[in-house]
Design a protein around this ligand. Structure first.
Ligand SMILES: Nc1nc2c(ncn2[C@@H]2O[C@H](COP(=O)(O)OP(=O)(O)OP(=O)(O)O)[C@@H](O)[C@H]2O)c(=O)[nH]1
Ligand SMILES: [Mg+2]
Length: 458
């Protein structure tokens, strides 16, 4: 625009200069010059006009440009403001972004850290897991070896057990054989025992005959003297033998020099007790009890050397037994005078009275009733005793024999020459024994001259 205006002005000026010359006027212009001049002037006016128009246009343009510039400026300012705002926002966004980035970085760092820690932890855990796995594997290996060892042990034990079982079976078989052999032995022994008992019952004497040497030894043992009469009291253990010997000698069981007595197996060796009355020349022998574990029944006679005594009192307490029968059979074989005596009559009578209903502390029983009962009990005792012994003797094929029922206390009283209201057979027994001794003395005097070495079974 500016350049157009300038060119229009320059063209008008050139035209004017052409028409009017520079500095000098033609005093007689021609018509052509006048027309040219007028054309130039018209051109000049038109150019001026154009110039004015152009100037107006330029002004308008300038204004428009200014308006546009203003608007552009405004736009620019707005843009600047917007840019500032945008920049502000951008700044804020940047700040936010920076913060976000920082946060992201922090988060990433934290995440990385956590991841690293987690990785380390997982690595550690993996290591621990590996160590644990190795430990477990080692433990499993140990357990497997232990199981193998146990299995081997079990197999070994099984083999040992089988071996032991085999041995045990063999031992059982051996034991069974031994048991059968033992049973056979027992059967044979029982048969032999039964045979011996049967033979005893049938009166067959045991085939045990003492030699002259044994007889002499037995005589020496009891200090046998030809001028003395040797009484032995034999029988089952606890029957009252020692008490009877003491009673024969007129002594109580507690007296000094008396034979020892008691409720358990008391007399274990033969006791020699001379009668206190030297005139009668009796010697009493207290024997150990028969039928104990130490000496069986059938050995008793020979074991105690009973074959050397002049007279044997077979004493029993409650039952007349096979033991007593065995002694009697041997006495018969050796022709030794025997006296069957039942002891403890006082005790047995008391027991029978109790069975009859008597109670010692019962006031309903007066003296007369008590005496009557005592007599009845005594009769019962004597009668039952004799009947029982008789039956047993008969069963053993022995001849009937008198039975003396005595109590040691009463016998002691009588032996001392005193009287007793409770006498049963005590006086008879003493008399018969003395008579026996007397008869032997007579026999000895008749057979004077027979040497001691010839004394043997009578
Ligand atoms: N009531 C009463 N008891 C008697 C009688 N005889 C003996 N006793 C008692 O019976 C028990 C045994 O008497 P002992 O004389 O030792 O009998 P034992 O036969 O010599 O005994 P062992 O030597 O062991 O074989 C003792 O407590 C005596 O007091 C009796 O006639 N009447
Ligand atoms: Mg005794």
């Amino acid at each position: 625009m500016q350049r157009g205006i300038t060119q229009a002005v320059a063209a008008g000026c050139w035209l004017a200069s052409k028409l009017f010359g520079s500095g000098g006027s033609d005093p007689n212009p021609t018509y052509a010059a006048i027309q040219e001049r007028e054309w130039a002037e018209a051109e000049r006016d038109r150019a001026i006009k154009d110039l004015a128009n152009t100037r107006a246009q330029v002004t308008q343009l300038v204004q428009t440009i200014q308006g546009m510039q203003n608007r552009a400026l405004q736009f620019q300012q707005d843009a600047l403001s917007a840019a500032a705002v945008a920049q502000q926002r951008n700044q804020e966004q940047m700040t936010a972004m920076v913060a976000a980035e920082r946060a992201a970085n922090a988060a990433r760092f934290a995440a990385e850290n956590a991841a690293r820690l987690a990785t380390e932890e997982s690595k550690n855990k993996a290591k621990e897991a590996e160590a644990e796995r190795q430990r477990t594997q080692a433990a499993m290996e140990g357990a497997r070896r232990a199981v193998e060892a146990v299995q081997q042990d079990a197999e070994r034990l099984q083999r040992a057990a089988e071996e032991e079982k085999k041995k045990a079976d063999e031992a059982i078989a051996g034991a069974e054989a031994a048991r059968k052999a033992a049973e056979n032995g027992v059967r044979e022994a029982t048969a032999a025992k039964e045979d011996a008992e049967r033979r005893l019952k049938e009166g067959i004497q045991p085939v045990v005959t003492p030699t002259p040497r044994e007889i002499l030894a037995a005589q020496e043992k009891i200090q046998y003297q030809e001028n003395l009469f040797h009484f032995a009291v034999a029988g089952r253990a606890g029957g009252g033998k020692s008490s009877l010997v003491n009673a024969f000698r007129g002594m109580s069981n507690r007296a000094v020099g008396s034979a020892r007595t008691g409720v358990i197996e008391t007399t274990l060796t033969v006791g020699r007790y001379p009668d206190p009355d030297e005139r009668c020349q009796h010697v009493w022998y207290d024997l150990p009890g028969a039928g104990t574990m130490k000496i069986p029944d059938w050995q008793y006679f020979n074991a105690q050397g009973l074959y050397v005594f002049d007279c044997i009192v077979v004493l029993f307490d409650n039952r007349f037994t096979q033991t007593d029968i065995a002694i009697l059979l041997n006495c018969r074989r050796f022709k030794i005078p025997t006296y069957i005596v039942r002891s403890k009559a006082d005790q047995h009578i008391r027991n029978i009275m109790k069975e009859m209903g008597y109670e010692s502390d019962d006031e309903n029983f007066d003296r007369t009733q008590r005496s009557a009962m005592y007599v009845a009990a005594r009769e019962q005792l004597v009668e039952e005793t004799r009947r029982n012994v008789k039956a047993n003797l008969a069963e053993a094929n022995l001849p009937d024999h008198k039975v003396y029922v005595v109590s040691s206390s009463c016998l002691r009283t009588v032996a001392k020459g005193e009287q007793s209201p409770r006498v049963i057979d005590e006086i008879n027994l003493l008399n018969d024994l003395y008579m026996e001794a007397q008869a032997r003395r007579v026999r000895r005097e008749e057979s004077e001259g027979i040497s001691t070495s010839e004394i043997g079974p009578k």
